[in-house]
Design a protein around this ligand. Structure first.
Ligand SMILES: Cc1cc2nc3c(=O)[nH]c(=O)nc-3n(C[C@H](O)[C@H](O)[C@H](O)COP(=O)(O)O)c2cc1C
Length: 196
């Protein structure tokens, strides 16, 4: 079995991430996972959104919200690094009225958990791209995420354009994979805890 993200994070030297290749991209399918979420999914994570390096929005046209380190544990202790899909919801602090209406709904998301080899990050992080235009950042708000499946391993890239192409494909894969009856029940509300 491959090492969990936590095991990789505690290793003094990590193996380098595989390099993205054209043949890998051409072999990708638009639907991943089973017709129902497969164990260990669903996994719920929540926490106050942290400021990342800000490169997601600026460099990649794909803004991401970072979860605090302690929120990673439900995922990082049982899954490895990689790209995952599911749903996310932003829950505003009551004193802040900046987010209202449809911004408070549950939206599809893609999440990259790992060391971002393209940017050579040293620390494990989880970055969530919510497929909804909030028109503003939401640092300091609570974010709740339900992870429903695995898309692909974390890869290294020789160009930013190649990473952007793969992220676009990740988003299509997430939308297509969520469009199945057993996934739909998470599309309107994310439970705080999962009933067995
Ligand atoms: C869906 C998705 C997939 C990603 N896949 C990779 C990847 O395979 N390799 C990688 O180095 N970074 C990957 N990234 C991470 C981006 O590099 C990361 O979001 C970027 O470093 C922005 O982080 P920052 O805003 O904290 O700077 C992915 C991000 C997203 C949203």
């Amino acid at each position: 079995m491959s090492k969990t993200a936590d095991q990789l994070a505690s290793q003094p030297a990590r193996p380098p991430a595989p390099l993205q290749t054209e043949s890998f991209r051409n072999s990708r399918t638009e639907i991943v996972g089973g017709d129902t979420p497969e164990p260990p999914f669903p996994i719920i994570m929540s926490g106050v959104v942290q400021k990342g390096f800000g490169r997601g929005g600026k460099d990649l046209g794909c803004p991401t919200a970072n979860l605090p380190d302690e929120s990673l544990l439900p995922m990082s202790s049982v899954t490895s690094t990689g790209v995952y899909f599911g749903y996310a919801q932003v829950l505003p602090k009551t004193e802040n009225k900046a987010l209202l209406g449809e911004h408070l709904k549950v939206w599809p998301m893609v999440m990259s958990m790992g060391f971002n080899p393209f940017y050579s990050n040293k620390e494990l992080s989880a970055e969530v791209h919510i497929m909804h235009d909030y028109g503003t950042d939401f640092y300091g708000h609570e974010m709740k995420v339900v992870v429903l499946g695995y898309i692909r391993p974390e890869l290294d890239y020789t160009s930013r354009e190649a990473l952007i192409l793969d992220i676009d494909m990740d988003k299509r894969v997430a939308i297509r994979s969520l469009d199945r009856p057993a996934y739909e029940k998470y599309s309107t509300a994310i439970p705080d805890v999962l009933n067995a």
